[in-house]
Write a protein that binds this ligand. Sequence first.
Ligand code: PMP
Length: 445
Amino acid sequence: MNRELLRIWDNEHFWHPFTQMQVYSQEDNLIFERGEGVYLYDIEGRKYIDAISSLWCNVHGHNHPHINRAIIEQLSKVAHTTTLGSSNIPAIMLSKKLCEIAPEGLTKVFYSEDGSEAVEVAIKMAYQYWKHKGEDRRGFISFDGAYHGDTLGAVSVGGIGLFHEAFRDLIFKVHRLPSPYLFCKENKLEDSKCVDVLVELLRRVIEESQEGIVATIMEGGIQGAAGMLPYPKGLLKKVSDLCKEKNVLLIVDEVATGFGRTGSMFYCEQESVSPDFLCLGKGLSGGYLPLAATLTKDEVFEAFLGEFGQKRQFYHGHTYTGNNLGCAAALASLEVFEKENTLSYLPEKIEFLKELLKELSGLKYVWDIRRLGFMAGIELRQEGGEAFDYGMRVGFKVARACRDMGVFLRPLGDTMVIMLPLCADKEHIHETVHTLKLAIENLSI
Ligand code: PMP
């Protein structure tokens, strides 16, 4: 394939997501051609550590023989069959498996293709659940800094001004609590005290709400897209307890945190929480194919049952819902978790990452280092603590320097994200952190 033509056609016809195309078209962009383990190779044959797991989804590495084989085997049977009123083998097997590994009580799986849709499904299901129960509830509670995706329901419960402001008039209103990490930091509250204050705020919103609260929605353990902002420990548990007490549904969005990223299969396990809805995506298929799922409980499912003519069914679904290839990839990825003991090797890697990150603290421009499990964010600011001007693209400059040294990163603003595939070994972790260190040390503003 002619590389120059590829670049021309990329600029002429391909509109990239979350990308300023005017700038993109003037830059020398990466075009990936293949991957192997934690490495990606571009069309020039250059090799990069995929230090963001191809946008937080790759789990066991690229081109994994077991996942490849499962996809090819399924492909030789059938690529896609509809699940609107019919079923397929991998989707059935995956539903059963997910219910086995998910927090107790989650017994039903509704598929979609991306994290945003998993959230959209949870929002609509929760809303309709109360209707079926004969209650007209309309309110949702979410957190500032939350990111749940880009479809309009997910944007409504999102709290990132930069992404969501433009659509303000199109979305429904929600009650918003402060971003937990920033709230604790600004108020100089230690974790347990901060949790109590936040939960009191939540209690007040629920008690004072006029329209009845459908659900509270939050990410699992850390606000990823806001810049890797971990919650104070115990927040999820106390929110879950309060929602139960007040008969409000709880939606936990583990699209980013699911499948090992925080050290356990799901973050909910770490706080013994079993939400009413668990949203999964990204790593569900090992990062191979677009697949997402919303898990829920018998109580919710049963509210949608009835005679055909009662029209209580959940009127939602996509062409590719429960896609055969995606489900086969997901089953294979879960098998790799078992075969390679992925989770049991993680604590050591997480500890190693944690120690290495300490070497970044104290560097000029390093303002804050945040981490939960294998997810880390390093925020860069001016020396006095002022944020850099957005237009300076400091995060991009540092990522670009890393790229020249063989590490592929995509920052969130000026927060450098490290989120390696779980199969990364100590050498990969070391190379990633040291490359980032060099790039920050050499940053000229
Ligand atoms: N929820 C969370 C917590 C996410 O981090 C993301 C994506 N970063 C989404 C939902 C949306 O997922 P997708 O991009 O697959 O629609």
